[in-house]
Design a protein around this ligand. Sequence first.
Ligand code: SF4
Length: 696
Amino acid sequence: MRDRASWRRQLEKELSSFPPVMFEVELALFLIERVAPGCPAAGGWTFLGGYPFAGSAGRRLPADHEIMLARGRVYLGRLRRRHVWRQELDRYQRLPEADRGYDVADPSRPAVRRAVTRCAGRWDAYAAALDEPPTFELRRLPLADAGPHWFLSRQRRRLPVDIPAELVLASPAGHDLHAPLAGGGEPLTVTRDELLDTARWMDSTLMAAGLESQARWERRLGRVTIRYPGSGGAGTAEGALRVDGLLHLAGMVGAGKSTLRDVLAVWAARHGLRCTLVVSDVAEVLRLTVGFRQLGLRAAPLLGASTRERHIERMHRRLAARGTGSLLAHDDPSFDFLSTTCVVDGLRGLEAGTPLRYLEAPCTTLYQAGDDEEDADGETPRRPRRQGCPAWPVCPRQHGYREQVGAEIWVATPASLVHSEVPAHQNAERIRYLELACRRSDLIIVDEADLVQMQLDAMFAPAATLIGRSPESLLDNLQRDKIEELAREGRLQLGEQTTETWVGAMDTVATAANRLYALLVQHPEIQRWVIADYFSAWTLHQQLLHDWYPPPGNDGDPDPHAARRQEVNDILDAFRDDPLGDGTQHDPEVDTLVRLCHESLSTMGPQLRQRLQAAMLRLSGLDGADEARAAEHALRLGFTLLLAALQVRLDLAMALWPAVEAALNLESPASLLSRRPPLDYLPLVPESPMGNVLGF
Ligand code: SF4
């Protein structure tokens, strides 16, 4: 994760009247000036989303310009959408002339650089931002000292804990983010004989450890044949395996690909190289890690922290299914990496009635007692400073993280690589494991690449069924879990503002969805109207406009409805922006729709239908004499009002999800909401083209 604001900090001090986002607009214009001089300012957004618009227009950018664009995307991601860019550009042009470095009087032409006297160092700052790699975002976490501390429970109650001096340990070792690759980044070449030697070594090591039943590597590898495409495309020369960049290995089921994977990883580890294996599930991660460690190699799994309880339960179930009934007899070495023990929990004293829940452990959220007392002026309570748990270096729960430092082999799933971050105890730099694995690994082996690709697709282009038959119904699953969780804690969680807002948003989504279904089930004509294609409130409003104000038959014919169509379009646009009236300023026509939307959420009785019909007739200009048509169009309008409410609240619920997921213990649904790609990948992985389209 990169620091996206430090490049403009000094500029903000020098020109405090300039809104920070305007420095971003200026940096974007500077970027365009460098990589695409002559490009109209209005097209600036096309450089920021990651899609190769320039390439499709036949322009090849030099490599250094591509790097500059990639750096620009780190800082300017929020300007990547056309309407945001145009809006901010317009705002920029309205700033005082003396503050602006560019003039964008006509966005269809290139921006014109101006001579500036205020904040004259801005050009150097922009050049430095694009010429130097972005630095890591930092988070400093001082470790707690001995003495009384507190942390917050899920119910926001302070839980005291006294840290003894014996648990105040030196900071644990972190990852060296700048260490060169052991292999120098050179292509790797390994002969078949070397692989067979490695397999023999694996067998002898296992036999020496009394694991004869597993010592079959030489026999298994002996059956593997590696064939390469020859220069003619069909050759079969057998020889050394050379990994230079990306190498695809394909083979039938049982051909020995997994055997080759494991022997290759061991060969790399024994040659001082570092290797990351990516497999599709956690059970395989643990099995492989244990296998490598039985060989005396340093191997560590990469597992997400929030899903550990689920993995430990699955491991117990697997062992029970193999006939080990008693939990006490479950002693698989994988449990070393699945511990949920919290040392601090044991220090809470006898007043702690129940153990802490897994996610309540205060690994990074300890506060020193008295740290939030009033200032010397006796008035302002200080904001308490977050501290890290000092027992981290010996905590059983953190064993896996500690083993990762210096391990020769990492075994990961796509989810753990993409989502998990290196703990703050180990590195002040914020970095996800995917980047760290790329920085430290001489070899990355992706097993079952098709399954891994499916997981990556699901992460970066997530999709889910909002409402359907159980169990494939995201909304119903979330509602059920939400109600259970709220009831379990006596609704104390609603004391938290974000949680309350999220719960309210989900309630509206559920109500709107039920009202919409009622309309669809009771009125087949509405069903026929909406099922022609996927739909949203916008597409349905466009259909209504088309019906109410049909465009002229031929191009060039006068359009008698143009003005009124535009007026109604503006009203519907304004309504969709704020269908539940969260803002304050609306015109009376929009307010009427907002009121009708609220009423529609509770009932669609005859009186409301009459009011809907009156509103529809005002907007459409239809003649109410055709009763059946007027009634149907009133229902259509009502349907779009509910749909707009559902969309806007669903959007809010998704935006708040990361903040409430843990607070409401809703991690388990593994839903679309919890699988949103982390935003820090945006500079590298363009947003999915469908990512912002909500269709039904
Ligand atoms: S580091 Fe370990 S002991 Fe400390 S709070 Fe976290 S789980 Fe508990």
